[in-house]
Design a protein around this ligand. Sequence first.
Ligand code: ZN
Length: 102
Amino acid sequence: MTPQITVLQTIGRELAIVWSDGHETYLPLEEVRKACPCAVCCGEPDVLGRGDKPQVRHTPASFELDSSEMVGGYGWKPRWADGHATGIYSIGYLRRLDPSAA
Ligand SMILES: [Zn+2]
C-alpha cells in the first residue's frame, strides 16, 4: 500500500515530501518536471498504439514551481512558472520517482 503524503513543500530548487511512513523524499524540481505524466509531455498513443514522445521545450521557468495542490486525495497537481499545469502526479508515481524509497 502506498504511504500518504504528510508534508509536501518546495525547499530551494527541490520538492520535499514527508511520507506517512516517515520516509523523506527530496527531488530536484527539474527532475519532477521532466517526469510530468501528462499527455502533452508523454504523448498519447493513437488508436493503433503508435505514439511518439513529443519534443517538449523547457525553459528555466519550466523548472520553477508556481503553486501546487492535492487533487482528490490521490494526486498532486503542480502549476509550473511557465504556465504548464496539466500533469497530475499520483501519490504512487511520486513515490516511485524517489530512488531511495522502498
Ligand atoms: Zn506535462
